[in-house]
Design a protein around this ligand. Structure first.
Ligand SMILES: [Zn+2]
Length: 359
């Protein structure tokens, strides 16, 4: 439960932080994402799901995860790769603050403010959860010592509409047209109709193992008897993903319906490729491992891959020769078949790669 005093204090802190960022990046546009949730609880699974969906959408529009850009990097290939990404991605800085008063995400982009506002309004208006996101774009005249949000009317857009009726949201809020229960029911049904992705946590382990068991069941039912045997992926493997920050949960509403690991190169088993070659084999890449989902959930692979490609351009994946379902979705998404690799156990896997926006 958050009190009005806490909420007001958090707003002051937010304005102060926005000013700090505006001073640090004087010529860039500052974007601030918050979640619109009625009631005194501002941080729960709903607000986190909406916030993560908003962050994904912002990455998809403005480019990959820039969080590593301040970190010195020793490999020379990494420098060139990073420079390329920054140039393409328009993202100078991003930050996430998971606060009890509500999640806040900051993006600094080298896109003119009005264009940035247009792109953010597109997310607010077209993303399935967009009506629950408040994406401010702030201008800060140099030396003014203040920031001010660009309004929708400045770019010729109408006011935001209410969740439940077609009136301007502001009118319904002011007049208390709808009860909190009505609004919360609507928010719940919006969340249940949308797949969202967030970092997996230790307490997700049981749910993730259930998902992976179900995925193994799909493999066996389709005649794929030799992939994911001997208890793989084990709890230890999944916990290790989580510990390293590589494990991700896909949720439908509050329920974990899929899991995957997204891992930075090098993948040791990819060092040698047979009967083919990688599309490109000098740049850093990411690999997606351990994708599993419940059979009845649609669109999981595409949701996961869209999320990955919003962050990275160069992605590899492998699967078993008998996993025809996975081969089909991998190729359908646009991956190119590259050849064969061998796991440490000696088992063979088919490997695939995509390079987006790269030579
Ligand atoms: Zn209304």
């Amino acid at each position: 439960m958050i009190t009005l005093d806490q909420l007001l204090a958090s707003r002051d802190a937010r304005v102060e932080h926005q000013m700090e960022l505006a001073e640090k990046f004087p010529r860039a546009s500052l974007i601030c994402l918050t979640v619109m949730l009625p009631g005194p609880v501002k941080r729960d699974w709903r607000s986190l799901a909406i916030a993560h969906a908003g962050i994904d959408a912002l990455h998809a529009v403005f480019g990959g995860n820039g969080s590593g850009m301040d970190t010195p990097c020793s490999a020379s290939t990494c420098h060139s790769e990073r420079a390329q990404r920054v140039e393409e991605s328009h993202l100078l800085f991003s930050e996430e603050r998971d606060l009890e008063t509500g999640f806040e995400a900051y993006f600094v982009v080298d896109v003119p403010v009005l264009e940035a506002k247009r792109l953010c309004c597109q997310i607010e208006d077209s993303h399935p959860l967009g009506r629950l996101m408040d994406i401010d774009v702030l201008r800060s005249p140099i030396g003014s010592g203040m920031t001010s949000p660009v309004s929708r009317t400045e770019i010729g857009l109408p006011e935001r509409r209410c969740l439940l009726c077609d009136k301007p949201a502001r009118e319904c809020m002011r007049a208390h047209t709808h009860t909190r229960e009505e609004l919360e029911d609507r928010i719940l049904s919006m969340l249940e109709a949308t797949l969202t992705i967030r970092p997996a946590k230790g307490e997700d382990l049981k749910d993730i193992m259930a998902v992976l068991d179900a995925a193994r069941g799909i493999m066996r039912a389709s005649g794929n008897m030799d992939q994911w045997t001997g208890g793989y992926p084990s709890e230890e493997v999944v916990l290790n993903d989580i510990r390293l920050g590589n494990g991700y949960a896909v949720l439908q509403g509050q329920r974990i319906v899929a899991y995957f690991a997204f891992i930075a190169s090098p993948e040791p088993t990819y060092a040698k490729i047979y009967q083919g070659q990688w599309l490109e084999d000098t740049l850093p890449y990411h690999v997606v491992h351990r994708i599993g989902s419940y059979p009845q959930v649609r669109g999981v692979f595409k949701t996961i891959m869209d999320w990955c490609f919003a962050r990275e351009n160069n992605i590899r994946i492998d699967t078993h020769r008998d996993n025809h379902i996975m081969q089909h979705v991998i190729l359908k998404y646009g991956f190119r078949y590259c050849g064969i690799i061998y796991l440490a156990s000696g088992d063979e896997r088919l490997v695939y790669q995509i390079l987006h926006n790269m030579q």
